[in-house]
Design a protein. Structure first.
Length: 441
């Protein structure tokens, strides 16, 4: 089984932390006590190694030597991430000795995340933590060679993208639709890609996880209940293309690097994403619509001391008022769940894939965002998380508020302890309160 936890710091600079934990044995196998890789964002002034290239943390301490041979690295996920960035920048960098590679980590947050993971699962392998936000990676740990890939279908953590698209087009909190527990598009043209291709499937029925019968569901109640049939109607009204583009702008990326798949069930979370991407998209909401490209390297210095900086790349991608309105809804989702009480104002959304194949929790405070992903690395379709043992605990099924949510809450609570409290900007009640057109009759 593979569990992945990601932290993204979204305060001023928008740093992001991603933590990945991969559990190999769903029956409760143990994990080696491997050290956790640490990386930090502040520029270090340490001198480069005489011959060997090295990775440094924020304080200038050496993490490990770097040769590009990640199979022998103590931190394979970090190593591969750095290697990929160097290849993209200049492949010749991998052939040079004496490089000092400055990275971006907060060791206190690293420890907080590790302790949260240890509280609910056994450590049987190395792990990964990363912190983007400005784009900075703060920590990386992995229990399995990252070549296995960290991507899982994100489930209902994708619903806020459709919510954001709806609020951006003029929907209000109490706008909604009459829904039942089954949805089927009436024609192939009900959902179209950005290229105009009709992708709806009138032969495919969508069902709700929890039955509620025929009823009027609003943006607020539909998000709180993660109502599948409501979000299919909302996406139909707003547009599939507009929903996908909103997710892209906020920072969602496919784990395989390909463009997001424009499927009719996009809002229900069929995208196979990694926790860095999901956490970064939520960090964009926490940062009031400001997206920052994740980055792991801040600077590279060669043997002569000449430096090559890796600056942050950020842009405003969403009206701050719309981002605040999304946060208002997600704050209610968290406040009405068993995960409330991290010591700060917080917003979040659980994620479940069909048949408990994957489980997520993604959430944020004004200054820190994180995401936790859990699934079976042998293949979530063939190995759903039903009647499984994780960390000596038996679960009849695993959903977003169970193992992922508990890890998220513990990690966030510890990470925020002793930090300065900040608050969300309150949603504009005049603009987003009440209903406009889609009101209950």
């Amino acid at each position: 089984m593979k569990a992945l936890l990601v932290f993204l710091g979204v305060a001023t600079m928008g740093a992001v932390i991603a933590v990945f934990l991969l559990l190999r044995n769903p029956a409760g196998g143990d994990v080696d006590d491997e050290p956790v890789a640490l990386v930090s964002t502040a520029a270090a002034s340490a001198s480069p190694a005489a011959r060997k290239s090295v990775l440094l943390d924020a304080e200038g301490a050496v993490i490990e030597e770097f040769s590009g041979d990640c199979a022998n690295s103590g931190y394979p996920y970090l190593c591969r991430y750095v290697k990929g960035r160097l290849l993209a920048e200049d492949p010749r960098l991998l052939t040079r000795d004496g490089l000092t590679i400055q990275t971006t980590i907060d060791q206190r947050l690293q420890r907080a995340a590790q302790q949260a993971v240890d509280a609910y699962v056994h450590r049987d392998d190395p792990q990964v933590m990363i912190v983007p936000g400005e784009g900075a990676v703060k920590a990386m740990v992995t229990s399995r060679d990252p070549a296995d890939g960290p991507g899982f279908q994100q489930g209902t953590t994708a619903m806020p993208y459709a919510l954001a698209a709806a609020l951006a087009t003029g929907f209000r909190y109490d706008d909604g639709f009459v829904v039942s527990d089954e949805y089927r598009p009436r024609s192939y043209s009900k959902f179209k890609t950005c290229a105009g291709q009709a992708v709806a499937d009138p032969m495919h029925n969508i069902h709700n996880r929890k039955k509620g019968g025929v009823r009027f569901v609003t943006l607020r109640s539909g998000t709180q209940g993660a109502v599948n049939t409501f979000f299919m109607q909302l996406q139909e009204k707003v547009g599939l293309c507009e929903t996908v583009r909103m997710a892209q702008r906020l920072g969602l990326r496919s784990a395989d690097g390909n463009p997001l798949r424009e499927l009719e069930t996009f809002a229900l979370g069929l995208t196979e994403a990694d926790p860095v991407s999901v956490a970064n998209s939520y960090a964009s909401l926490a940062a009031r619509g400001r997206f920052c490209e994740p980055r792991v390297i801040t600077e590279i210095r060669d043997g002569s001391g000449a430096g090559h900086p890796f600056p942050a790349h950020c842009e405003q991608v969403l009206d701050p008022a719309v981002a605040d309105a999304v946060t208002g809804v997600l704050s209610d989702v968290l406040a009405k769940s068993s995960l409330k009480g991290v010591g700060r104002e917080a917003a979040g959304m659980p994620g479940e894939g069909d048949g408990f194949r994957t489980a997520w929790y993604a959430g944020y405070t004004p200054g820190l965002a994180s995401a936790v992903s859990l699934g079976d690395s042998r293949g979530p379709v063939r190995h759903p998380m039903v009647d499984v043992t994780i960390g000596d605990r038996r679960y009849s099924h695993v959903d977003g508020t169970s193992v992922p949510g508990l890890i998220w809450k513990k990690a966030m609570t510890e990470a925020l302890r002793g930090t300065q409290e900040t608050r969300f900007v309150r949603p504009d009640a005049e603009r987003f309160g009440g209903c406009r057109d889609a009101c209950p009759s």
